[in-house]
Structures are given as C-alpha cells and as structure tokens.
Write a protein that binds this ligand. Sequence first.
Ligand SMILES: *[C@@H]1O[C@H](CO)[C@@H](O)[C@H](O)[C@H]1NC(C)=O
Ligand SMILES: *[C@@H]1O[C@H](CO)[C@@H](O)[C@H](O)[C@H]1NC(C)=O
Ligand SMILES: *[C@@H]1O[C@H](CO)[C@@H](O)[C@H](O)[C@H]1NC(C)=O
Ligand SMILES: *[C@@H]1O[C@H](CO)[C@@H](O)[C@H](O)[C@H]1NC(C)=O
Length: 369
Amino acid sequence: MRPFGISSKRSSVVSEKDMSILLFNGFLLLGFVVATVPDVLVLGSPGAMQIMDRDPSTKKCHYNRAMSLLEARCSNLELHEIPTHLKADIQVLDATVNRLRELTNDSLALYKNLAYIYLADNFIQNIEEAAFANQLYLEVLDLSQNGCDNLPKNLFQLPYLRTLYLGHNKLTDSVFKVKVTSPLRLLQLTKNKLTRIPNLGAQPNLLRLNVSDNVIVSVSTEDLAPLCSLKELDLSRNIIRFNPGSCDCQMFSAWAKLRQIKIKPDDFYNCTDSPAEDCANMQFSNRTYELYNECSAIIQQEVETEKARSAWILVASCVSVFLFIVFVTLFCVHKRNRRRRRKQKEQQQLTANNANTELLNSNLTAGNS
Ligand SMILES: *[C@@H]1O[C@H](CO)[C@@H](O)[C@H](O)[C@H]1NC(C)=O
Ligand SMILES: *[C@@H]1O[C@H](CO)[C@@H](O)[C@H](O)[C@H]1NC(C)=O
Ligand SMILES: *[C@@H]1O[C@H](CO)[C@@H](O)[C@H](O)[C@H]1NC(C)=O
Ligand SMILES: *[C@@H]1O[C@H](CO)[C@@H](O)[C@H](O)[C@H]1NC(C)=O
C-alpha cells in the first residue's frame, strides 16, 4: 500500500512540472503577440483634470491633463527661455506668445517625452543643431510666426514627426536641402521666402502642403511627382509664370488632375496665358514617372510589410490559442486521473481493511476452536 502512494505522488509531480513549462511558453507567446501589436493597446480614456503647480520657479506655467496627455501650459508669460523646472514627463509643451529668441541644445533636453511642442508667436531666430535631438517622440511642432531662417537638419529625421507648422518665418529653399525621413503628413510653409516647391525627395505620407505667400516663380510636374500621396497644395499668392508658348501649365494641371491633387487657387487649372490647342499630345517626362514610381514603391513596400506582420500575428495567435487548449485539456486530464487514483486508493484501503478484519475474525475463530 505504501509504495503505491509514493509512486502516485511522483507521477503527479512530473506532470505538474510539464504543465508549468507549457503554461510558461504559452504566456511568453501571448506576451510576444501583445508586444508586437502596440497599436491595439488603447490609451486611457480622456479624463480632464486640472493640477495647479505651486512651485514658483515654474513661472506660472500650469498643468493640464487632457486625452491622457500631460500638458504644461506656459503661453503668454513673457518667457525669455523655456522653463527648466517643469515635470520631466510632460508630453505637451505650450510656450506660444512669449519672448523666446533662441532654442539651444539644452532648451528642451530635460523633456524627453514631448509629442507636441507649440512655440508659435515668439522671436526665435536661432535654433541650435541639437535642439530637437532628444525629441524622439515628437509628432507635432509649431514654430509659426518666428524669425527662423534656418532649421536643424536632424529635425527632419525625427521618427514620428508628422506635422510641421513653419508659416510666417524667413525660410529659404536651402533649408530643405536635407534628407527628410520623418513621416510628414502636413507641412505648413505659408509666408516664407521659398522660390520653389521644396524638394523633399519621395514623401509617401505627405497629404497637405501649404506654400502660399512665398516667392515661387515656377512649378513643374517633377516637383509634384515625389509627393505621391499629396491631396492638397496651396500655391496662392506666389509669382508663378509658365514659359509662354509652352505646355508646362497644361502639363502641371493635368498631372494634378490625374493624381487628384486639390490645388489652390482654384483658377490655377485654367492656364489662361497658354495656348490650349497645341497641347493635346503632351507627355509627362520620364523623370516625372520615375519620381512618382519611387514614391509609390515605398508605399507598396509598407503595405507588404504590414501584411507580413498581420500574417505573423495571426499565426502566433493561433498557436497561442492551440497551446492554451492543450494546457486546459492536460490540466483536466490530470485532475481526473488524480481523482480516479484517490478513489482507487480508498477502495484498496477499504478492501484491505475488510481482509484484515476477516483475517482477524478467522484467527479469532481458529483460536477459539
Ligand atoms: C549643439 O550641438 C551641436 C551638435 O551636437 C554641436 O555641434 C554644437 O557645438 C552644440 N552647441 C553648443 C553651444 O554647445
Ligand atoms: C494655407 O495657409 C493659409 C494661411 O494660413 C490659409 O489661409 C489657407 O487656408 C491654407 N490653405 C489650405 C489649403 O489649407
Ligand atoms: C477658371 O475656370 C473656371 C471654370 O472652369 C471659371 O469659373 C473661372 O472664372 C476661371 N478663372 C479665370 C481666372 O479665368
Ligand atoms: C522615355 O523613355 C522611353 C522608353 O523608356 C524612350 O523611348 C523615350 O525616348 C524617353 N523620353 C525621354 C524624353 O527621355
């Protein structure tokens, strides 16, 4: 009887160990699946909350939490520099309408979680090269209404930067002689000193470009072709002239129509200065197609990567579910076996007891006789 009890205990230990290994693998896999789909994780619900800061060194900036983002509001405080005593984990910084003249390498270095930086309506003329180097999560930057004539090159390489408001500055064409790798979607450049549509290279994400109120003298299909997702282009109040007698205007507006780009001003498509009848057989340049295809190829590649990722996630999910079912089954089987063994044990004990009693009885009977 004793040996049986021991062996039953050992077998149950073994299967419990197997189970825990399987369970561990399953959680690892689940964890991996969750980690590879960060977009699925929804941020906390917006809970508006006002937190007044009582530290006088923050110069009356106050904090606000909206849409789960912590914002420091420092607007209209006559600040000459960005306060250095704000909470380090702010995600939004509003320092609009102040007296900032410069952004140094250190101005924003303390704040590494910023997603939105609003600096409109200051006197910023100089921005040091590493001023935004730490802003790895920056999505939106507003530098409108300042005196910038240059920008740090690495600004255009921030991995999440999608919206740039740069209107009402002194930016020239040379600012954009830089590799733009940020996923820019909106670029506001109204009222600057551009003489052409900025040459940004292939920009598969750019949807809206506003270059109104500049000094642009000419535009061509090759300026538009690398912006293969563009939906809106504002060219108002420039000094654009097409070569008289050429079909450049018709070509430009035909390309815009083909790519469904909404151009302002509305009468830009009219080409009133150019003869229309000679341009029936015009063809877009090979370079135009080349530039456009380069941009589309990037989009295609992104789509394929996304497809591969989705397929992988599906496979991983299926495997996790399968493993989970296996554990549950194993667990149930294990439980049932244990219950059955316990019953068997009890029955054996009972039988043995009965046998003992019988033996005792027969012994007694034998002794009596
Ligand atoms: C700011 O950073 C850039 C690039 O790291 C460096 O070249 C420059 O000297 C720095 N400026 C100052 C004032 O330290
Ligand atoms: C471009 O910017 C100007 C000035 O801010 C604005 O009036 C205009 O509506 C913008 N264009 C588009 C298409 O949004
Ligand atoms: C351009 O064409 C539209 C209609 O296609 C017309 O309403 C508009 O007056 C024209 N503008 C000019 C400046 O010719
Ligand atoms: C464009 O490419 C085609 C063939 O690829 C060639 O025949 C044609 O001459 C090229 N046109 C120009 C303007 O280079």
